[in-house]
Design a protein around this ligand. Structure first.
Ligand code: CMC
Length: 415
């Protein structure tokens, strides 16, 4: 009662105060805990950024040498999990598998029962130096994200699962577990986990690490909001992350990287770009990989990704869709329709081309977004759980526009 205006799509609603990620959408600025994304992408590693996002400062050498092995050692999944993954159809979408897998993960931990409230707070307090069994949800979820994603990948190929190797970085270990890159043959190794005998190409490892840094957080996007909305009723973090994963799946959010490639395939070649843009302007099609709720200029991540793309193509060969992508990009940036609406390329416009060149199937692209975003989700969840004011359930209001009171009509009297 008394509510007059709804904020459809939350265009003008701030749901939380946060010190994690800053975006200036008019000037194309993105910072994690104050550090410019360009500097982090050039100099940092994914796990260092994970530490920064979750705990608030760049780790010292000692902190990193505790955090990294904790995360990597938590990558190992219980052998019983193989049965869970094998229950999926051979052609299941990997996002359907991964979303389920995060919720399934919660079933391994007795303390995940939401009625055991005291553990929730203990979990959030975990982190650097934490020896408490309950404080290790961060390590577990980040460590196991790659393992669950690799299992979702391999089960569809009918292949054995790989135990995460030792002695590799987070992203190298992930590529090793996926074991699909023909470009890696030049880097043999003595590692034999899961029968593989290669070492992923270092350029591709670094490229994926940069992509993971760029995708690790992006303040109140749809999936982070979903994690907090879900977390606000105090379920365990595995359930909250599963909810975030489901939200990210959609083509307006993390599924856009897959949608971009489907769009480019449907356009086919540069000469078809004008007709495609005309269809977008008639609102028959969407220009995937363009537009953003916050950025009213180019997404700063898209410039970094464009550079990474060239480094990857130097190893893999350029993607045949690159010319179409460039023609589409250039034409849209000159077109009054897109200019007047301040539509520019976002993070998803180029990333799919990189993933394709690296040999990933299209439907796996959103998974490559989820794995690093687990870090951002955890950072937001932890911030909310530890906030001095405590957690308030996210229960928004509505403006009711349905019928006023009317009497029940028996079935035989209905027209
Ligand atoms: N193609 C064509 N027109 C567009 C597009 C687009 N990609 N994006 C926005 N518009 C138009 C929209 O129709 C509207 O025009 P009008 O005022 O004439 O009705 C105007 O631009 C404003 O757009 P909006 O839909 O009100 O903007 P929004 O903030 O609600 O939506 C968005 C943001 C990202 C969902 C939208 O731009 C979009 O659908 N983009 C394509 C999907 C995409 O690339 N998503 C990835 C986003 S970045 C990474 C992530 O979050 O995962």
């Amino acid at each position: 009662r008394g509510l007059r205006v709804s904020d459809r799509g939350f265009l003008n609603t701030a749901v939380i105060e946060s010190s994690i990620t800053y975006i200036d959408g008019d000037n194309g600025i993105l910072r994690y805990r104050g550090y410019p994304i360009e500097q982090l992408a050039a100099k940092s590693s994914f796990l260092e950024c994970a530490y920064l996002l979750i705990y608030g400062s760049l780790p010292t050498r000692a902190q990193l040498s505790y955090f990294e092995p904790e995360v990597l050692n938590h990558g190992v999944m219980h052998a019983d999990a193989a049965g869970f993954f094998r229950a999926f159809r051979y052609d299941a979408h990997p996002m359907a598998i991964l979303t389920s897998a995060f919720a399934y993960l919660g079933s391994y931990y007795r303390e995940a029962n939401p009625s055991l409230q005291e553990y929730l707070h203990e979990w959030c307090k975990g982190g650097p130096g934490c020896t408490s069994e309950h404080g290790q949800a961060d390590f577990r979820l980040i460590g196991k994200a790659t393992t669950l994603a690799a299992m979702a990948y391999r089960v569809r190929q009918g292949r054995e699962f790989v135990v995460p190797p030792t002695g590799m970085s987070y992203t190298e270990s992930f590529l090793f577990q996926l074991d699909h890159l023909s470009h890696s043959d030049a880097f043999p190794t003595t590692l034999t986990s899961g029968g593989a005998t290669y070492r992923p190409h270092p350029v591709l490892v670094r490229a994926l690490d940069i992509l993971f840094i760029l995708h690790a957080d992006h303040e109140m996007n749809a999936s982070s909001t979903t994690v907090l909305q879900t977390g606000s009723s105090l379920p365990d973090p595995y359930s909250a992350i599963a909810a975030g994963c489901a939200s990210l799946y959609g083509p307006l959010h993390g599924g856009a990287n897959e949608a971009v490639i489907r769009m480019l395939v449907s356009i086919g070649s540069p000469e078809n770009v004008p007709e495609f843009l005309a269809a977008v302007k008639r609102r028959e099609k969407v220009l995937s990989g363009f537009g953003h709720r916050v950025y009213k200029t180019s997404d700063p991540r898209s410039f970094i990704i464009r550079k990474v793309a060239d480094e990857v193509f130097a190893v893999t060969g350029a993607d045949p869709l690159l010319n179409t992508a460039m023609a589409l990009h250039d034409a849209a940036l000159k077109d009054a329709y897109f200019v007047s609406r301040k539509l520019a390329p976002n993070v998803d416009f180029w990333s799919g081309l990189i993933y394709r060149a690296m040999g990933f199937p299209m439907d796996f692209f959103p998974v490559l977004f989820v794995v690093p975003r687990v870090v951002g989700w955890l950072a937001h969840w932890r911030q909310m759980m530890l906030s001095p004011e405590g957690v308030k359930i996210w229960r928004p209001r509505q403006i009711y526009v349905g019928p006023s009171e009317r009497p029940y009509v028996p079935l035989e009297e209905r027209q």
